[in-house]
Ligand binder design. Sequence first.
Ligand code: SF4
Length: 472
Amino acid sequence: MSQVNLFTKRINKALSNNQLQTSFRSAMSYLMEGRLKRFPDYDKLQLSRTKSNSIRANSVSNLGDLLVTLENNLTKNGVKVHWAETATQANEIIHSVLKKANAKTVVKGKSMVSEEIELNEYLIDNGIDILETDLGEFLIQLDDDKPSHIVMPAIHKNKFEIARSFADNFPDLEYTEDVDKLTQQARLVLRDKFSHADAGISGVNFAVAETGTLCLVENEGNGRMSTTVPNLHIAVTGIEKVVEKLENIPPLFDILPKSATGQECTTYFNMISGPRKDNEKDGPTEVHLVLLDNGRSRVSRDTSLNDILNCIRCGSCINHCPVYVKLGGHAYGTVYPGPVGIVFESLTQGLDKAGALTSACTMCGACAQVCPVKIPLPTLINRLRNESIEGVDSDSVLGKGSLKKPIESSIWKGWRFIYSNPLVYLLFVKTMTRMRLLVPTNIGKWSKYRNTPKPSKRSIEEIARSEGFINE
Ligand code: SF4
């Protein structure tokens, strides 16, 4: 089935689920209100966004040099740095590090890059016992489900579904639909796993080139446990997460949680600068960083598209997107949903695989207004829409022109011919108004959710003449 038909199928499924839409509406409204409360001063917010944008833009435009500095400083700190061009390479590297350390059990903190490379599936296939420790990701893993939001992966689940899932997976635990008790039960299960795991895997929010420091933003403490309790820590991140200086971190850390969840700041902010030193009592004895490209360096070379690499994964564009609110994350069928997902997935996977997503945008512009790093998402989506049909000559976009339909192209060519020839246009309009009753009311999928417009009895030119606006 084509990507367009698959996407349509998922859309229809989402639209027929009223419960899902109600849940997403209330969750997104909550997040939007939370964000609004954190930014009472409009001018201050704009200054903050401008500053964050310049930090991230500096990172992306100096990506190559900063990554070399990052690698040098991490290596000096005792961190082993690995480069992965593709998802497969990243998985192979992580697996080989685990194998070398004879690590069989892994606890994992939240990481969207690990979702992108399908790390869990790969490691499980290779006999590794890997456990998600972020509560949302843990719930997803229990149900063999997929995240539906980049910050709140289990936002599509309600407490009753979670209670049933706990009852199925942990029959020894008392059945409860109380959210606090469910959280305590999850904590109980996870604590035990942390203390026995051979290795911990985490993502990275920011990697500071100047000092060779990996920063992790989180709320549950599971990130800290995953990165400090086991003897081996492997971090995996996209190459774009690098920032130049340590002083770049406070502005980004200030705007990230406020934009994401409406929090003043997160409960934990971890800075990892290397393995345990001789005089230290805890921490891993071995730390690795896997830097994933997966299409990012190709995108970074296109100065009109590389804004997407500025993304700090706050999810605010998703929370404010009217299309996402109606569909939820699963309808996109990709790891990253919403406006950021449309651009990122189309660029990294190629328009021939994910270009259908570009139609899931109303061009309302809300995403661009709330993005803390000022990514012009609608402009990028519009360009990708255009490239999916026209195929502009650039190397940065894969699958250009893959959604072009010959019949549609012919119709638009005809339209252009009519509208650029006044006499033909007048003749066409006259014919359409006279034959208006012959226009079909059903024109396929287009009229499924819309009323088909009928030409008026008189053309605009005839009306203008009769009203005296045209005299000659
Ligand atoms: S595109 Fe902007 S708003 Fe969306 S997740 Fe990234 S930083 Fe946040």
